[in-house]
Design a protein around this ligand. Structure first.
Ligand SMILES: [Zn+2]
Ligand SMILES: [Zn+2]
Length: 237
């Protein structure tokens, strides 16, 4: 379009110079031609303006399209970069989460082990406390029993001395009656009737009931017939 407009302008100029060279033309005619040339120039100018405006619009449209395309490309690139960054962050987050989950599992396992250990220690503590209470009660019972045995031993010694004096004055007799008396006495063995220094206390009934020699053969307490679960040697004197 621009080339065509230049040709038209050039044609108009050559026509004007041709007319001038011929000469002898009237003023009115020359004015008319001048007006015609001016009108033609105006038309050419307006045509050029229209053409320029059209080209400008086309260029604007092209630039706008290019801008939109460039913006679209930039948006796509930015989107891809963001997606890539997101994927990397997701991968890192997954790795971190798996590590944290492993640590949590380890911590939970350790916590369960500690809780089990704590329960075992509590049970052990209760057992030891029960044993301590039983031992305290046993000590109290033993002290009481020892005190009673001492008192009865003193009483029996006095009684034996009195009997010896009585036997000496009465000249014998009554020897067969000593055995049941000794068997019933708590300071003697309830199995064989001996009167040694060592006595054995049966558990759980806590009877100080026999001598050290008879203890092995006894399964039940000779006083209360409770099954023997354990035994303790006690020194009376
Ligand atoms: Zn005995
Ligand atoms: Zn008993």
């Amino acid at each position: 379009m621009a080339i065509q407009a230049q040709n038209q302008i050039g044609f108009g100029t050559s026509e004007f110079s041709l007319i001038n060279n011929n000469g002898g033309i009237g003023i009115d005619q020359s004015q008319t031609m001048f007006h015609q040339q001016q009108q033609q120039q105006y038309r050419s100018q307006s045509f050029l303006d229209v053409h320029m405006e059209k080209q400008r619009q086309e260029i604007d449209t092209f630039i706008r399209l290019q801008n939109e395309r460039l913006r679209y490309v930039l948006q796509e690139q930015r989107k891809q970069e963001m997606e890539m960054i997101l994927r990397r962050m997701e991968t890192k987050a997954l790795v971190l989460m798996s590590q944290k989950e492993e640590e949590m599992l380890k911590a939970m396992k350790k916590n369960m082990e500690l809780e089990d250990l704590l329960k075992k220690m509590e049970i052990e503590n209760q057992t030891w406390q029960r044993i301590a209470r039983e031992n305290e009660a046993l000590v109290v019972t033993l002290n009481s029993t020892i005190q009673q045995v001492k008192e009865r031993a003193v009483t029996a010694t006095c009684h034996d001395a009195t009997e010896v004096e009585d036997e000496g004055s009465c000249c014998g007799g009554g020897g067969g009656e000593d055995i049941p008396v000794k068997k019933l006495s708590s300071c003697c063995c309830w199995n064989c009737g001996s009167n040694g220094e060592t006595r054995v206390l049966f558990l759980p009934c806590r009877h100080l009931c026999c001598c050290i020699e008879c203890e092995d053969g006894l399964v039940l307490c000779p006083i209360c017939n409770t099954p023997k679960k354990n035994r303790i040697e006690a020194f009376i004197f």
